[in-house]
Design a protein around this ligand. Sequence first.
Ligand SMILES: Nc1ncnc2c1ncn2[C@@H]1O[C@H](COP(=O)(O)OP(=O)(O)OP(=O)(O)O)[C@@H](O)[C@H]1O
Ligand SMILES: [Mg+2]
Length: 261
Amino acid sequence: MTPLLEIRDLRIRLGDRALVDGVDISVNPGEIVGLAGESGSGKTLTALTALGFTPPGSAASGEVLFEGRNTLTLPKSQLRALRGDRVAMIFQDPMTSLHPMLTIERQLTEHQLAHRSLTRRQAREHAIELLERVRIPDPHRAIRSYPHRFSGGMRQRIAIASALACEPDLVVADEVTTALDVTVQAGILRLLDELCRDTGMAMLFITHDLAVMNVLTERLYVMREGRVVETGATREVLAAPTHEYTRALIEALPQTDTETA
Ligand SMILES: Nc1ncnc2c1ncn2[C@@H]1O[C@H](COP(=O)(O)OP(=O)(O)OP(=O)(O)O)[C@@H](O)[C@H]1O
Ligand SMILES: [Mg+2]
């Protein structure tokens, strides 16, 4: 199978610091892949660079093939089209993707109106369907509201709806459940899992929380200090980690989490 996303020997330097140091990651169509590792190990930087957002002053080398195109060398206009259409990102803080001053309708229809030839009414109907899919109660009313009216978990659901609007092939989810309490977290994980299965969308799921990885991902990469130190089937990596660092991460988990996850 040709991977949907293939990161090859990605290196990111900032001044004389090697922030990411030779990373290889691949995601197949429809696959849910985890990217784990402690804070500062380079997970977010790897994902953002792969989607063409390199921090100012940094230099990236290697290759990032998304649907066969190298995002590191793609012209800005093509990159923007790709990001608006084939790949979407969801972040820890839903307000990163949601605008506080715009109604949910505006936020869910804007992309569709820009990327699809839909009428406003069709886009609105699609937005209501999206809200139903992410289980927002009373979507007809919700669509006229502003983000502040919703709880953190509900906002994250709306951010997910917004990511789904253009039916991307890949969604990159960066610590999307980290700020939520455990029961809300479990609901979001179930939702993401279901959406990937139903739509055939692939997901790169980033978190430092290995217990969450166990619930959701099929395959896992563990990063440390800008490098991938371990990779394999999530079950196998978590059951029998070969790297001392992964073992330490697992030992740091609360016991009940690993057992019930
Ligand atoms: N825009 C930036 N400018 C300078 N340094 C950066 C920038 N973004 C990240 N870094 C540095 O790169 C390294 C990797 O950061 P990154 O945000 O990718 O870590 P992470 O694994 O996502 O951590 P966390 O779990 O805390 O989100 C860190 O040392 C960080 O300080
Ligand atoms: Mg991060």
